[in-house]
Design a protein around this ligand. Structure first.
Ligand code: MLT
Length: 398
């Protein structure tokens, strides 16, 4: 059997599977303990009512001969793609065209599938720590990306420099896992670098809905020149609670071309129409409802809810005097472990002594070996309970 032996270079399990397995084992051994999960970025608020109504209507249509639909357009129904174009226009003053948007089943799939359209020998650059999907999917293809350490020294925001050899640059903004955010000037430097080096930026905008400052860019296309060098990947998961529903979209501008004039938009369309049959009609109707006034209002309420959780976590960390970053424009808080613990040891400590599940920073890369990540995605009640438990674990006890 000739398998893809690159898979043998991966850790045995995906980060969040390992965390889930450890949590299950602990819970089985301690059935009396109530665990609070501040680990994977999974939402706890239900879908907005307007989304549910839209999906119910769509379901009904699918059950009647006259309104039933079979295969949809592989790249997404025009009404959803137009709603996304309008959203960029009204919210960010970014002008896109409908055929620059491709609807998908989520950012995670697109971020890995996009690699299909690049040369297998492409040089890849990403931050460390980073969303493990970027690293793992490149390893699967036999590539070893160049890592840019995101540390306290560079405010966890690596910038381009002469050591970087890049054809593909991953940027997640606001960043997962550190929760920090590039500003316009910093993103402009990345855009200029990418253009100068003929590189493509894969811009993961999954957390853009958490940006809390009108001066910060919410799309890379707010930056001059980005259309010529960047693909933006976005998701309804965190914005509208679609983690279990699955829907996202990717923007591939038509201006994005190789030196010899090959359109990446055309390659991505070719890839998707061949390998993907599109997102279900019902889900796309739900996603469309996110952009209605009621949908937008519900999204705002959900994001405000999670922001309140994150603020509480940050206030607690300040009381504990545990250094952290993030949380301001992000659902994630990146917390420095007390000196005597590494990430997994501190994970165990919080699990065993406080019944709190976090994500060990080292799972996002070696630069995270002394960090853990907490999220504000649980309910407010649970977040408050978790914060009390953290305070009870006084510094002395740790
Ligand atoms: C995370 O916790 O980093 C994310 O939820 C993972 C994901 O979105 O796939």
């Amino acid at each position: 059997m000739k398998i893809n032996r690159n898979y043998l270079n991966l850790t045995e399990n995906y980060l969040f599977s390992t965390v889930a397995a450890k949590t299950r084992t602990f819970q089985a051994e301690h059935p009396d303990k109530t665990l609070i999960k501040l680990s994977i970025g999974d939402v706890s608020r239900p879908l907005p009512a307007v989304v549910v109504q839209a999906m119910k209507r769509a379901c009904k249509e699918m059950g009647q001969t006259k309104t039933f639909r079979g295969y949809g357009p592989e790249l997404g129904y025009p009404w959803l793609r137009n709603a996304i174009v309008d959203f960029y226009h009204t919210q960010m003053q970014v002008e896109l065209e409908t055929d620059e948007i491709v609807v998908s089943d989520g950012a995670k799939s697109d971020l890995s599938n996009l690699l299909d359209i690049f040369d297998p020998t492409a040089n890849v650059v990403m931050c460390d720590p980073v969303y493990p999907v970027y690293w793992d999917t490149n390893l699967m293809l036999g590539r070893t990306p160049q890592l840019l350490p995101a540390t306290a020294e560079n405010n966890f925001l690596p910038m381009p420099d002469t050591s970087i050899v890049a054809d593909i640059i991953y940027l997640c903004n606001p960043a997962n896992p550190t929760g920090v955010c590039y500003d316009r000037a910093q993103l402009k430097r990345w855009v200029d670098f990418a253009r100068e080096h003929q590189a493509v930026i894969l811009y993961d905008a999954a957390y853009t809905c958490f940006i809390n400052d009108p001066d910060l860019p919410r799309s890379i296309y707010e930056i001059d020149g980005a259309r010529e060098c960047a693909i933006e990947i976005c998701s309804f998961s965190k914005m509208a609670g679609f983690t279990g529903v699955r829907c996202g979209y990717t923007v591939v501008p038509k201006a994005l071309k190789t030196m010899d004039g090959v359109s990446l938009n055309q390659l991505w369309r070719r890839r998707q129409t061949t390998k993907f049959n599109g997102v279900s009609y019902i889900v796309q109707r739900g996603a469309e409802a996110v952009f209605t006034p009621a949908g937008r209002q519900a999204v705002k309420q959900n994001i405000d809810y999670y922001r309140r959780n994150v603020r509480l976590i940050c206030q607690t960390l300040e009381r504990l005097q545990w250094p952290y970053v993030g949380g301001m424009h992000s659902p994630y808080v990146w917390v420095r472990c007390p000196a005597e613990y590494d990430a997994w040891q501190f994970f165990d400590k919080l699990l065993v002594q406080a019944g709190i599940v976090c994500t060990p920073g080292v799972g996002f890369g070696s630069a995270g070996k002394n960090y853990i990540r907490l999220t504000g995605f649980n309910s407010y009640t649970n977040t408050r309970r978790a914060c009390r438990r953290l305070l009870d674990l006084s510094k002395d006890k740790i």
